[in-house]
Design a protein. Structure first.
Length: 274
């Protein structure tokens, strides 16, 4: 019986995770992934990575300024851009750079005006206030163009991420777990600044096929105007560490979003993080 109970417990955790949306991280229906995580769950994981992240360290990538300039003392070369501290909209979180332990986004809101795929409540409805405000504007403008968007998932607490990650470690071993689940502290969804967006019909939500839909095209063409970036763009997989995720948007503010778009840079490239 204990085994049965155990399985039931895992299933419950999984369902909870699904309900939470889990971001791109593992638990989301993905067609291509290797192994289906045990207990009847369909969702999957993005291959290399969804938003979960794996990695180590937990520093926050700042590099300090270093106005390291070249050769002859033309001293004042601009120092390289420095990512924001946790809690800032320009914070960098990836496989190598994690959030400090115990980090809690400062301004999470549950904005009832934002449409979600699932009508349920829960933490996945939460997001940073600036993220919610920008998203509402974006959704309203998209609607004017005949594009109806919804949120599949937004915030995920470190506790939830930890549960999920541990679940994968227990069932499939750490190496596999790291392939498609975020190491706690390394998921952008823990910042409240990341949202997984889909069409309001939920078609291909958090799946690769979303890339071919008109909603994805509209998003790609307009996100930066609202302060978002497609955090894991196509062609930059080796830099971000993640497969292309046309649905995973990261709020960075309009200024940085515009600059990243204009220069075709990822956050890693912009902040010169290896
Ligand atoms: Zn995501």
């Amino acid at each position: 019986m204990s085994k049965r109970i155990r399985i039931a417990g895992l299933a419950t955790l999984l369902l909870a995770a699904l309900a939470l949306g889990s971001g791109c991280d593992s638990l989301t229906a993905q067609s291509k992934t290797p192994k289906p995580p045990a207990v009847g769950q369909s969702d999957q994981q993005e291959p290399s990575g969804q938003d979960g992240q794996a990695g180590e360290a937990g520093q926050n990538g700042q590099a300090g300024e270093s106005g390291q300039t070249g050769a002859n003392g033309q001293a004042e070369k601009p120092s390289k851009p420095v990512a924001g501290q946790p809690g800032s909209v320009t914070v960098l979180v990836n496989k190598k750079v994690g959030l400090p332990s115990g980090f809690q986004p400062p301004n999470l809101v549950d904005d009832r005006e934002l449409p979600f795929l699932s009508g349920e409540g829960g933490e996945k409805r939460l997001m940073a206030k600036e993220t919610a405000e920008a998203l509402k504007k974006m959704f309203a403008d998209a609607k004017r163009d005949g594009i109806y968007l919804s949120v599949a998932s937004a915030y995920r607490s470190n506790a939830t991420q930890t549960q999920l990650f541990n679940y994968y470690v227990q069932t499939q071993g750490e190496a596999e777990a790291r392939r498609y689940s975020a190491v706690p502290g390394h998921s952008e969804h823990e910042t409240g600044l990341a949202v997984d967006v889909s069409g309001s019909d939920g078609k291909c939500a958090v799946e690769d096929c979303f890339a071919d839909l008109p909603e994805a095209k509209w998003i790609a063409d307009h996100v930066d105007q609202y302060g978002f970036i497609i955090r894991y763009p196509k062609g930059k997989e080796s830099i971000t560490g993640y497969a292309y995720e046309p649905w995973h948007l990261r709020y960075v503010g309009t200024e940085l979003a515009a600059e990243l778009r204009a220069k075709d840079l990822t956050m890693e490239e912009y902040f010169q993080i290896d």
